[in-house]
Design a protein around this ligand. Structure first.
Ligand SMILES: CCCCCCCCCC(=O)SCCNC(=O)CCNC(=O)[C@H](O)C(C)(C)COP(=O)(O)OP(=O)(O)OC[C@H]1O[C@@H](n2cnc3c(N)ncnc32)[C@H](O)[C@@H]1OP(=O)(O)O
Length: 197
């Protein structure tokens, strides 16, 4: 018997497409926060996930497994792989829907071992939406976009207000995040002018 959530997405979920201001296909997505364990460049032992929007508006993320990411000798730790999917799925929802969300539920199927040195190619797509709930899923392949499937994951993200972060988070960290986001928005606008003068 499968332990996965059946009826995915649930019957009350409606199809959801990207926000009109979502990044265009081919856009490389920047880290959302320098101190994020999933994507931040300031976290030395972090995953350093990199993501881009694909032609079909899925989001493809890559993550190379390093020695620091081991569970069993020579193999990636499963919890850490789940972390990579959390990041890839969250980036998909955040960037395509342009709304602040948090992971409410994440389920992961580990299909084959992921050796140190291999690169996971994670392709994530929006599956549906119901009110504040967004359903998203992903597949991770070894070493190439068409490599063997190593993991599959599904997640529910719930849209939250800014107060979620101001109430529960650290004010200094939030200020740093805000400054990074503003700098990135300015850089993106500049890049837009360069491309479409
Ligand atoms: C560009 C940006 C890139 C960002 C990438 C970031 C990637 C990393 C993302 C994360 O890791 S976020 C950190 C991990 N997650 C959390 O810390 C969330 C902790 N949980 C909460 O804060 C609250 O439980 C939550 C905001 C998710 C929901 O609380 P609320 O009080 O706002 O809502 P509520 O409990 O009424 O739930 C809203 C709906 O979701 C449903 N729900 C909530 N949790 C669920 C669950 N676990 N399973 C199934 N359904 C769930 C709930 O039943 C309900 O459905 P209905 O609207 O139909 O009534």
């Amino acid at each position: 018997m499968s332990s996965r959530t059946e009826n995915w997405p649930p019957a009350d979920a409606e199809p959801v497409g990207p926000h009109p201001d979502a990044p265009a296909p081919g856009t490389e997505l920047s880290e959302h926060y320098a101190e994020c364990f999933g994507c931040g460049h300031e976290v030395e032992l972090g995953l350093h996930l990199r993501s881009a929007v694909a032609d079909d508006m899925s989001v493809v993320s890559t993550f190379t497994v390093r020695k620091d990411h081991q569970g069993a000798p020579g193999l990636a730790h499963g919890g850490l792989l789940a972390c990579a999917f959390d990041e890839a799925l969250g980036s998909t929802v955040g960037n395509l829907l342009r709304t602040p969300t948090v992971t409410a539920r994440l389920e992961t199927d580990f299909v084959r071992p992921v050796p140190v040195g291999s690169t996971l190619h994670i392709a994530a797509r929006l599956d549906g939406r119901s009110g504040r709930k967004t359903y998203v899923s992903a597949e991770g392949r070894l070493d190439a976009d068409d490599g063997p499937v190593a993991l599959r994951a599904r997640a529910l993200f719930v849209t939250v207000g800014v107060d979620h972060f101001t109430t529960h988070g650290d004010p200094d960290a939030i200020e740093k995040f805000r400054q990074t986001a503003e700098a990135e928005a300015a850089a993106a606008e500049q890049r837009g002018w360069d491309v479409n003068p």
